[in-house]
Design a protein around this ligand. Structure first.
Ligand code: ATP
Ligand code: FE
Length: 352
């Protein structure tokens, strides 16, 4: 099965061509990701209208690029997979319209893919992980534990009730005047700081289950920063490092403890996989690895380029859905919201 994947749900326009043999490892024949960081840099966040326009401009270019790199024409594809949500509606619509045009023109089947399913199935693409497994998706926009039983079988065990961890890293960086994206800059500063200087809260550890909250942490950083500024008139380099170290330690402790509980709630699972940009954080990754080891399960972290937004994961999820019999047509619509699964009440509150 050779499949073209298209992704445009946030601020990256991406296309990929994947070959998925009946048995044997999938092979990425070509892929491209075009970010929009510069376009949004002056606004302190992604501007939906600008993103939608940029996607509309870049989609054709990305598709042409991967077809050229794979030395294949559209007639060499068996299907076209596209992110149909969740995400910024303008961008998702641009991608869906592009895919519909290509599918109609080439007479190919169209498969609408949930972006989160793309992330959640990535460990199968990169490491051939077998169902079922536990997934921690931890990115700039999401944070949730999923039990993954199949390409259409997801059970949400819990997740953040407010900010996503990546968002918290980015906001912390902004509060401390560090460059965006905040994750890498906060991590670099934290490595030189004292995590014990500030006792930041570990929100919701006192409550059972796998839900998390990170917005209070951001407020705590703001207060600590303002207290130092009020006291000394400004922040030294070391003050910044200590604030970053304290923040990262809190984040790490919460994610590790909630992961321990998620694993305890699913004793039949032998693998925990992570995806999302925050999984790039060495300290967090190390803590999660320690939790997996203690629980006697395998820890899988795909390479960073496949952990963050990309189209290879959409093509891969599309291939699995194609094999499961899914076919979409011109009625496929873009969905700004599209939960993989409603919370499973029986799992919440367990695992303490
Ligand atoms: P989503 O995929 O949920 O829509 P997104 O596209 O913003 O959101 P990703 O591309 O997966 O998310 O990840 C980007 C986020 O990861 C940013 O918030 C960034 O700060 C964070 N991040 C990247 N590297 C690190 C790191 N080393 N430590 C912590 N966070 C990091
Ligand atoms: Fe994503």
């Amino acid at each position: 099965l050779t499949i073209l994947g298209i992704e445009s749900s946030c601020d990256d326009t991406a296309a990929a061509i994947l070959r998925v043999p009946d048995d044997g490892a999938p092979q990425i024949l070509a892929q491209t990701v075009q970010g929009q960081g510069q376009l949004h840099a002056d606004f302190g966040g992604v501007v939906p209208e600008i993103a939608a326009r940029a996607h509309a401009e870049k989609l054709d270019i990305c598709v042409a690029e991967v077809l050229r790199d794979a030395v294949l024409g559209l007639q060499g594809m068996d299907a076209i997979a596209v992110t149909a949500g969740p995400g910024l509606i303008g961008g998702v619509m641009s991608g869906v319209m592009c895919a519909k045009g290509l599918a109609t023109g080439a007479g190919l089947p169209l498969i609408g893919v949930n972006h989160l399913a793309g992330h959640a199935l990535t460990p199968r693409l990169t490491d051939g992980v077998a169902y079922p497994y536990l997934m921690l998706l931890v990115s700039g926009g999401h944070c949730q534990f999923l039990r993954v039983g199949g390409p259409q079988d997801f059970t949400r065990l819990g997740g953040t009730i407010d900010d996503a961890p990546g968002e918290a890293f980015d906001k912390t960086a902004r509060l401390l005047g560090l460059p965006q994206p905040g994750g890498p800059s906060v991590e670099a500063e934290a490595a030189l700081g004292d995590p014990a200087r500030h006792a930041f809260p570990r929100p919701m550890l006192d409550r059972p289950g796998c839900d998390m909250s990170f917005s209070g942490l951001k407020t705590a950083i703001l207060r600590a920063r303002d207290a130092i500024v009020a006291d000394k008139g400004g922040l030294t380099r070391q003050d910044r490092r200590d604030l970053c170290a304290g923040f990262q330690a809190a984040m790490q402790d919460v994610l590790a403890e909630k992961t321990r509980r998620a694993l305890a709630a699913c004793p039949d699972l032998g693998v925990i996989a992570v995806a999302g940009g925050v999984a790039a954080n060495e300290a967090i990754r190390g803590a999660l690895m320690g939790v997996a080891e203690a629980a006697g399960v395998r820890f899988v972290a795909p390479p960073l380029a496949l952990c963050t937004d990309n189209a290879a994961m959409i093509a891969y999820a599309g291939a699995e859905l194609y094999r499961a019999g899914q076919r979409d047509d011109m009625t496929l619509s873009a969905r700004p919201r599209w939960p993989l699964d409603a919370a499973a009440p029986s799992m919440l509150g367990s695992g303490k």
